[in-house]
Structure formats: C-alpha cells, structure tokens
Design a protein around this ligand. Sequence first.
Ligand code: IFM
Length: 733
Amino acid sequence: MINWRIHETGFDSTRISNNGNKYLIGNGYLGIRGTLQEYEKEQYPAINLAGIYDQVGSAWREPLNAPNALYTLIEVNKKVYRLPEDTPEVHEISLDYRHGIFERSTTWKTPEGLILIQAERFASMNDKHLIGMRYTLQVEHGSKVRLVTGIDGEVWDINGPHYDLVEFTNRNEVLQAVATTHENKDRICVYEGLEADFTYEEQIREENRKYLRYLEFYAQPGISYHLIKWVGIYTSKDLEDYGEKAYQTVIRAKETGYEETRKKHMEEWEAKWNLSEVFIEGDDKAMEALNYSLYHLHSIAPRHTDHLSIAARGLSGQTYKGAVFWDTEMFMLDFFLMTEPEVAKTLLNYRIETLEGAKKKAKAYGYQGAFYAWESQEGGYDACSDYNVTDVFTGRQMRTYFKDKQIHISSAVVYGLMRYVEFTGDHQLLLEGGAEVILECAGFYYDLLVKKVNKDQYELHDVIGPDEYHERVNNNVYTNRMAKYTFDSAVYIMKLMEEAEDSGSKYHHLREQYDMETLRPKYQEASDKLYLVQPQEQTGVIEQFDGYTELEDVSIEEVHSRLLHEKEYWGGAYGVATHTKIIKQADVVTMLNLFSKDYDKDILLKNWQYYEPRTEHGSSLSACMYAMLACKCGMPELAYPFFMKSALSDITQKGKEWAGLIYIGGTHPASSGGAYMTAIEGFAGIHIIDGTLKAAPALPPGWESMRFKLVFKGERYQVTVTREDAELHKIES
Ligand code: IFM
C-alpha cells in the first residue's frame, strides 16, 4: 500500500531551503515552493512561473517568481507569531502527493493559551492559472486576532530584482498586483480574492511593496475560523487581456466554492494517476519513492500550451536559470511518451519552435545547421554563460566551455524526435518541423567533422561529453555515437521525403529546401566513417575519449581528500578530477544504455564495472544510467540502489547544492524521469522490437510483481510483470 503523504514534524530552520523543493506543488504553469505563508524573501518562497524570463544588467537571465499572493501572518493580542523567528509548540508540514495538496499545522503558545493555525493549498490542475488556499484558526482562550494577508511584491530572486514596478489596485475587494519586468516590460498580473466565514474589520494598506489587508476580529475558543484565498495569475505573454482573465479566474473560483474547486483539482490528479501510477508488489518503499518522482513530473508538465519544455530544476525556482537542458529529451521524455504523449509533443514542439535560435547559435560559431542551446530559454536563447562556475578561492568566475563544446545537445533533440515517432507511430511531428530540425542538426555535425589526412575516418574534436569534468576532449564516444545517430536519422528522414510522392505534402516543400541527392550520400558516409572507439581487446573497456587511459587512476576518496574547500569545483582547468580518471557522471555508460544492442552483454558488464567506481555521480543524471545498464546486464540487484537513489533524490535532498559558489539546489526532474525509465524499461524490461512492444522482466529482490499502464502507438496497454512472466493487454483508452 502506498502512503501518499510525506510529512515532517518539528521545525528546523536549516531545512527551509530543501523543504521548499521537497514539498513543491505545481501544475506546469506555475510551481509553489513548500514554504510557509508568513515567509518573506529570506526564506525563499516562490510562485515560480514557466517559460517567462528576465535579465537585470549583466546578471544571469532567469525565470520569474510572481508576487506572492499567499502571504499571510497572524497577530494575537498584539504579538505576531511566525516562523522562523518564534518557536512553535507543535509544527508539522505535509504533502498529499496523490493530489498535490500542501498542508501546514502550527500551534503557538501565547500567554493566554494555545492557538492553532492550519493551512492547505493547491495549484489547480484544473485551471492552471488558479491557486486555492484555506487558512484555519482556533484559539484556546478568547483573543484579539489580527490576520495580515495580501500580496507580497518583494519576491525572492537570485539575480533580481526583476520588477521595476509593482502596482497595486483594489478592484471590487479583489486585490491586484501588476509587476513590470526590467528587460522586456512583460507584465505579471496577480489577483487575490478573499472569503471568510466570520466577520472582521478590514483595512487595506500598501507598504514596502506589499499590498495587505489587516483583518481584525475577536476569536472565541472552540470555533474554527476559516479564510479562503483565491489567487489568479496571468502574464502579458499568455494573452492580451491577461488582467481581466486573472480577475475572472478569482471570481469564478469564488462562485464555484472551495470544496467544489478542490474536488475538481483532485479529480484531475486522479485522472493522471489512472494513466501513470506504478504498482509494485513486495516493496512499498520503492513504490512510494517512484510515484513521488512521478508526482514531480506531473507537477511540472506543461499542459497549458502546446510548445514549452521543462527546466532542469522544474518549477522549484531560478536555479540553472530556469533553462532547458538535454535532461528533458534524454531523461524525462519517456515518462510522458508512455503516459501522456500529448505532453511529449509539447516538449518537442518547443525544440521545433526554437530551431531558429539553434541556427543562430551555430552561425555565431561559424557553423552550418542547428546547434541547440546548452541552457535554453525563450526562442532558444542560450543562457549558459562563458563563466558558469565561480572559483571558491578567488571569488573569480571560471571560464567553462559547456555552452561552446557540449555539442551533444543537438543530438538529444534528434533523439527525442525519433523516440516520439517510434513510440507514437505518428509522423505528423516530423512534417510539422521535426524533419527540418533533424536535417539541420545533421548539417551541424557534418560541419564539425574532422578528417585526418592519413586516416579514412571522421572524428569530432574539442568537445565536452556528459562528463563535464573533462573539457575539450577529442572523440568522446558518447558524442560521436550520438552524432552518428543523428546522421542515420537524417538519412531515414530523407528516405521518407523521397518516398512521399504527393507534391502537395510538406515533405515536398522540404525536398525543395534540401538537396537530397547530395546530402543523403554525404550523411550516409559520415555515419559509416565516424570514428567510434572500440572496446579494448584485453579489458573490453571503451575509452571515454582520446587519452583518457593515460590519466591518473585514483579513487574517488583520494580525489576527495585533495579538496582544499568543500565547495571547490572538481572540473575546469585546475579541478581535482581534471587530470584523473574520475568522471562526474555516466558517460560511456549512457552511450551503452542507448545502444546496448550494438554490444555483447559482456562488454556492457565490463564497462559498468570499470566506470562505476570511477564515477563521482556528481550529477543527479548519473545513477539512473548505471541502474538501467545494470538491468541490461542482468543485475537487477545491483541496479536497485542506483534506482532508489534516483527515485529518492527529491525526498532525501542529498544532491549537490553547489557548483563552486553557484547554488544549484532545487528539484531533480531528470532523476525522477530516470527512476521511471529504470522501473519500466529496466526492471520490467519494456522495449520495442521491430515496431512491437515487448517486456523482458528482471525484477530486483523482493519485488513480486509490477503493474502499470502505458501508451504505445495510440493504444493503451495494461502491463503486468511478475518474476517469471509479463503480460501486455490492450485496454480502452
Ligand atoms: O544537464 C545537466 C548536466 O548533464 C550536468 N549538470 C547539470 C545539468 C542540468 O541538470
């Protein structure tokens, strides 16, 4: 049985930041950190908005946090009671992650007796622009109470402040804040409406960028006083009459009522679980961790639009500039493909829409084709800076080459598109821009090929593979293999284009744009001759890049002991790992996972055994790759701890919080997606052979069976996997 609630009792101020991530709620349009109503920017509250960014001066461009219309604090007999300043008698926070409802309950001791406040809130899954909150108060002794509630325009930012102006108005007792951004003068409109089941005297005041209602009343013991807050949010990027829409959102919620609105929100969540819940018989802990991971993916899935992707830290704040990395296509996409392909399409549409940005980036480096942004924001703008890490010793910025050299990003986009076609059987996305993306990415890699005069092969030089600790290397095997995959995909696309006889088809239009007769043999040759380092004869090990074998072979513990500062960066020019074989995250192992069919099982195993002890797992993207490859090697028991590490990453919050002096904390959706892939594709062994869905279970010890649904080529299946057997049954959609 799943316990769908996580909770924490007592208050620990050192957990404020982590709990903001762990107890996050969201609906894809916005994410609300698991912070308390009375928190101000020092405690990192945030209503983080998807896909809208701002830059102040030369600081990093980052996504916006909306004015905080959930702000509420309590004063009893003229004394304010709030965390983190005051010590509560009892305190508990919890998250119902089946329904995305966050709760807090706090008891304060006053000289006159105890007071209890309870609050719950949800980011409506039903109306993505709506937040609902219910705040309840009880007192032990009659007391004069003042509730201070309204909109806090003094939001938490990492590289802000982003609002040049926050204007407040009162429209028929619904409070409005309109914040204007610094860079593009975008406008964020937040309305706050209130309902109460008690009478009070009210004053509304604007002070210190806050627009607050002071509600005064005399509270009697034994009575529960309820306050309902409705928050409606739209931005000028959503639509023209964003203000009116936000206002109507609040009015509609008031008319519908709290119970009914909450019920509809919960029904939406139930519908999501109906398609995606994974049952594991024999291991409740794993089942909870996995479904909690899926909760996070659901909470950040963009369902309010048809072209948006997911940031590396989801909607948990401004870390990593709210940018989209390869994380989406390589780690998160499969979950959506198998449960809600429409969301997968939305994610890929974002790449189609940002093709122009990718072409611009390639051109800026002097290349043809499409070089996707390593850290993609609106329009494909690359937010990755030349100096992405701050040196802990000097405080100076360190030149890093992620943006310039992680060329494998373009192949991740191609991989996502091809995976979509494979899973949905739907070629429409190719016609709607996907084919062009693939051809442009192939054009980019073609331009990068290096030919040595004395060798009949192509190479790729001066790149960074998934292992970011070794910068500017030649022939990183992951990168080369993915470039080859891109050429193969382009050849496949051109075959489709050739076969499309119909002169009115969109392929026909592409045929005019691309000279297939020249390109097809060129890309075929590129694929055939692209150098792929082979497993060493004696050891079976595949060298990660040219010269890796010569690096110092030391243990992780040894490298760790060489650190002079706990937050010191391990890579870059002088990093402790740079001159060693210690790698940051799965690299060769990621390649072997994707192309396991090209290698004997023995090679998969030898590389797993060689690289695992040399992997720091300094990225949350690493563990799942080891877990999946372990499954492919027939070692589910070895996969299990890596699977649990991925599935638990947002519960334990043990991931790295710093890269040099840069804060990188937040939720880890790629890790959540990796946990899903391990469960479904690893333990249940779901795979496709000749266009048909198959299962090859390898359940870890203690797992008796697994049950889940998935979509394949428009049909929904109920899958049941036991230790010996697997059944895939078509069911009604
Ligand atoms: O995309 C990853 C990268 O592989 C490692 N550093 C963090 C990025 C965002 O998750």
